[in-house]
Write a protein that binds this ligand. Structure first.
Ligand SMILES: *Cc1c(COP(=O)(O)O)cnc(C)c1O
Length: 363
């Protein structure tokens, strides 16, 4: 926290709007819609809830197939299982690390051949980097399959100057504590379709029908963001541009400092992509793969946390029975990659110390 979060919280207390309505909640949604350039934002209590509701507004049902990026955090795919739908995992490509358009097309064609057209595609903008959005959207359009963008890690990132999360039918963001800004825990669904926004809000507040008494005709959820969480969010949104700048500076420092190791390849940023550089990540060439774990252990020995990249979901025990399409690109990332410390409060001394440990390990 380093902005006006407390001032907004005090305002909420003064107005005595503490739970799931209030002016800060409304203003947080308005600001988020304005910043991302979408018509509607619905503030929720997690990014996972936002993905769940995105699938609900697209009317995904038990037994439906949903295509999902494999290289991501488990929260992208868990909501598919909440609905008893079936995830179909698609590999990454090396230029953005996100969903491979060729593998997506193979997956769609094969699923259709096997008798079922997928009902939705969840693409992810991992570590803040845009997927190959135009190519993925073109394929989705060709087969008439709606797209959900998991932009949980990508608030502040753009593709051709358009905010990530605003290209598909529905986009989602997370404001969990580890993301680029936080509401202490929270998420949002964004869309240019007012019907979807209305439906998401309805489902997030227990699906109450219009009546003076409590009347319900479908399953609802308790997924609404509180006015207090939104107050934190309003303070945090003001910080977003400087957070993005800071994360990009951290990335640049690592890249410059480690540029002499030709076996280290940082996550690329193709033309037209602008990443918030939520996490600074690299992969190593295959022949040097073992060094990733060595660097991680050397950093840990000096009380510095770093982490492997996301383990591909089709390799997780929870998901390994579901179909997968690709060529083990994401597996190679997992085997050879590392996320370096990337917090917005890292000091120059912290960064210097981190690269010194890495240099010492690589000599
Ligand atoms: C954090 C995250 C989520 C889930 O968001 P929560 O707010 O933690 O529920 C979903 N997808 C990705 C890629 C994430 O990083």
């Amino acid at each position: 926290m380093s902005g006006r979060e407390m001032a907004f919280i005090q305002q909420a207390f003064r107005e005595n709007y503490i739970t799931t309505c209030g002016s800060n909640l409304q203003n947080f949604e308005k600001s988020l819609a304005a910043i991302t350039g979408t018509q509607k934002a619905v503030a929720l209590n997690s990014g996972t809830a936002a993905i769940h509701l995105a699938l609900k507004v697209l009317e995904i049902q038990a037994g439906d197939e949903v295509i999902c990026a494999s290289f991501t955090f488990v929260a992208t795919a868990n909501p598919i299982l909440y609905l008893q739908a079936m995830p179909v995992f698609v590999d990454s490509e090396p230029e953005t690390w996100n969903m491979c358009p060729d593998a997506l097309e193979s997956a769609i064609q094969d699923r259709i051949k096997k008798g079922k057209k997928p009902k939705a595609i969840i693409i992810v903008h991992l570590y803040g980097m845009s997927a190959k959005i135009n190519q993925l959207l073109a394929i989705a359009q060709q087969y008439q399959i709606p797209v959900i963008e998991d932009a949980a890690e990508a608030l502040g990132s753009t593709y051709e100057n358009q905010a990530l999360g605003t290209f598909g039918e529905v986009g989602i963001f997370s404001f969990n504590g580890n993301k680029i800004i936080t509401t202490s825990g929270g998420g949002a669904l964004v869309t240019n379709n007012p019907t979807y926004a209305k439906k998401a809000l309805f489902l997030a507040t227990q699906a109450k029908d219009l009546a003076p008494h409590y009347q319900h005709s479908e399953v609802g959820y308790n997924y609404r963001m509180s006015n207090i969480a939104a107050s934190i969010g309003l303070g945090q949104l003001e910080l977003l541009p400087e957070r993005v700048q800071k994360r990009r500076a951290i990335f640049q420092f690592y890249q410059e400092s480690l540029r002499n190791y030709d076996f280290i390849h940082f996550q690329p940023e193709p033309t037209a992509c602008f990443s918030n550089r939520w996490l600074s990540c690299f992969v190593l060439t295959q022949d040097q793969a073992l060094k990733a774990e060595k660097i991680r252990n050397a950093l840990a020995a000096d009380n510095i946390e770093s982490r492997p990249l996301w383990k591909p979901l089709h390799r997780q025990p929870l998901f390994n029975a579901y179909p997968y399409y690709g060529h083990e690109v994401a597996e190679n990332f997992f085997d050879t990659g590392l996320c370096l410390p990337s917090g917005s409060d890292l000091t120059d001394d912290d960064l210097e110390r981190i690269v010194q440990v890495i240099h010492k390990e690589l000599i």
